[in-house]
Design a protein around this ligand. Structure first.
Ligand SMILES: Nc1nc2c(ncn2[C@@H]2O[C@H](COP(=O)(O)OP(=O)(O)OP(=O)(O)O)[C@@H](O)[C@H]2O)c(=O)[nH]1
Ligand SMILES: [Mg+2]
Length: 286
């Protein structure tokens, strides 16, 4: 028997794969903006809730990931903000892939990035939705045939996700087809709930994954950054004092600037104390 527990689904995937259309299909109304565009159409996370046969279904749409042009940190932030729309977490993460797009190196890189962003265990919550299956049926290919000979990384991901995958035709006109694909997706999401003893994927897990991908700095590099930070704060303090007390502290500033440049000179990419700190943190996080 189908569970009546509320479900919350986070839609993720590459730009234009049909995330918003799939969201609209699930909630059975056009609340998410969906259209063909080279630029990403969805720019911020959006949560919509619907009641299906007495069951609350929330769907969070997210911006599309695009061919490595968006830095990993920006993607992380987009997903973090989207996840925060559901404070109790999400029951399942829906990876939306399109049969329109060949699984290339870019897609494989995307799977790896998602693993880094959501954490190594993310497949515990994963369901794959294949959109545009109407275009497969047009030329008589089945989804199984399409998936034959898929790259090893895709097969590994599908295996890690316990084989949970559903075919979607977001343009289906037949209401029985529409209802059937929704109920298949909810059945897969229920499997995720059962396998995880109802434990949702939460913002805390997401933050832990971010921390695991950006371990705190240790050793010489950390010491140098700490020294730079101390000098930067001292510099700011002196500037503040100077503006408060006229020019009395002015004579100390060149000395502080010189000390900062000594510490910064170990780092070839630095041009100022604050830019050194920022660029190091960014580079370490990618
Ligand atoms: N034929 C067909 N077209 C689809 C299907 N799903 C989505 N589309 C079309 O694909 C285009 C992109 O769909 P969206 O739902 O906007 O895709 P998205 O992943 O939300 O796009 P971004 O937000 O830009 O990342 C639109 O023109 C949709 O109508 C499908 O199953 N079949
Ligand atoms: Mg969209």
């Amino acid at each position: 028997m189908e569970s009546k527990k509320p479900l919350s689904l986070l839609l993720v995937g590459k730009i234009g794969t049909g995330k918003s259309s799939t969201g609209n299909s699930i909630i059975q109304r056009s609340s998410f903006v969906s259209k063909r565009s080279c630029k990403g159409v969805t720019v911020a996370g959006q949560l919509e809730t619907s009641n299906l046969d007495g069951r609350s279904i929330s769907v969070i749409d997210t911006p599309g990931m695009c061919d490595g042009t968006l830095p990993l940190d920006d993607l992380r932030n987009a997903f973090r903000v989207s996840l925060q729309l559901s404070p109790s977490g999400v029951s399942a993460i829906i990876l939306v892939l399109s049969v329109n797009t060949r699984i290339s190196d870019e897609e494989i890189q995307l799977f790896q990035e998602l693993g880094t962003i959501f954490g190594r265990d993310w497949a515990r919550w994963l369901v794959v939705v294949w959109t545009h299956v109407d275009q497969l049926t047009d030329d008589g290919t089945t989804l199984e045939e399409f998936l034959e000979g898929s790259p090893r990384q895709l097969l590994q991901l599908m295996t890690a996700a316990g084989g949970r995958s559903v075919a979607f035709d977001n343009r289906a006109a037949d209401s029985s087809v529409k209802l059937k694909q929704i109920s298949l997706l909810l059945a897969e999401a229920d499997k995720v709930l059962r396998n995880n003893d109802d434990e949702p994927y939460t913002s805390e897990m997401f933050d832990a994954a971010t921390l695991a991908a950006n371990p705190p700095l240790k050793g010489k590099k950390a010491r140098r950054l700490r020294q730079q930070e101390v000098m930067r704060k001292r510099h700011e303090q002196l500037q503040k004092e100077r503006s408060e007390a006229g020019s009395s502290a002015l004579s100390t500033l060149p000395l502080v600037g010189w000390l900062i440049s000594i510490f910064s000179s170990n780092d070839a990419s630095s041009s100022s104390p604050s830019s050194t700190l920022t660029s190091t943190a960014m580079a370490d996080s990618v």
